[in-house]
Design a protein around this ligand. Sequence first.
Ligand code: AMP
Length: 415
Amino acid sequence: MNILVLNCGSSSLKFQIIETDLDLIEQNADKRLASGLLERVVGNALITLQVEGQPKVRETAPLRDHRSAIDFVLRWIISPNSKINNIKSLGDIHAVGHRVVHGGEKFTKSVLIDDQVIEQIEDNIELAPLHNPANLKGIYGARELLGTGVPQVAVFDTAFHSTMPETSYLYAIPYQMYRRHRVRRYGFHGTSHRYVAYRYRQLANIEREQVNIITIHLGNGCSACAIKNGESLDTSMGLTPMEGLVMGTRSGDVDPSILEFIHHKEGIGMRDIDTILNKQSGLLGISGLTNDMRELLAEEQEKNDRRARLAIDIFCNRVKKYIGAYLAEMGGADSIVFTGGIGENSAAVRERICNGLEWMGLSLDKERNGEKVNGREGEISVDNSRLKAFVIPTNEELLIARDTVRTIKNVPRRW
Ligand code: AMP
């Protein structure tokens, strides 16, 4: 089956077409046929398109909204110029898989989208006011353009963490806040943590229940997940994707009293404070330079910039703290696994995080951790390391495509 995977952000649209099916999943032989990114979706959009194995094509086009962005993508997919294997008309797109950020407590696995599911995703808008409306626009747009005959599946960022026990997901605030408003920790990046755990299981050749690892997703957004007996036991993001690790522009953990303090000192309201913590903090806020780790590493190395170094050090220190906390919470783990743009590509950051963890049994192999592993799967600890370390590139789109097929065919997912 050819699955269109859509990931709609507030002003962007990412897509892939993936050929997959139950037998292809079994053989790990599913294939990406094409992919693309549309930025500045409302306005003169910047568009990058790529048919697998061919160079990227860049262009601009005026787009009104997400619907016109999807329309643009569909036209490109079937146009004779793109020449995507086996796709000649819209009828060759067999289903659509959507990334949906917040599934609340309702969705613990991927589901076939119908009117009731749409209503329930709408109900979760208050929990993810930036993300769920954009995801819904993708669902409405694809339905309208492809028709209701093409099945659509929602894959939730929160679903993998639905196994967290109350001891992980409840905040120590009055219990009524949970009962009345569902204020609790949900966790995000679940599709990424789940994919990485699944690949780890394959590499280690073990059963799901034997997977005891800490997965560390370090990209623009960052989160860690304690996976015990194959299930999410705890994760660093909370009610929203703000909690936990230091991120590109998000603060991660702060003392909640900071909000009141800044309100008085700066004379600004909650909305502006939220913008500061979400968009002007993290690596950007500390360095005053950029949210981009690659640029910060270059600033540090080439100009010896003090605040670039400080930002990277605080970033790495926070990850280290979570590793320690999760090892204690899990009663030990077999491996830590790095993923995400930074986790997959920066040997320097991985080394700074693992540095000093020898006492807990983690010995990094400098050569294995070198540039060769960047962007690839591989072990980066020494052979006899008691706690092992791996790099495993994430592939959320592939998991969304696979879940789409399994959900349509009513095959319970094994992970
Ligand atoms: P993502 O959100 O997963 O695409 O990750 C984006 C982050 O990965 C940005 O901070 C990038 O600077 C960072 N990144 C990508 N490649 C590298 C690299 N080679 N070294 C350091 N950071 C990188």
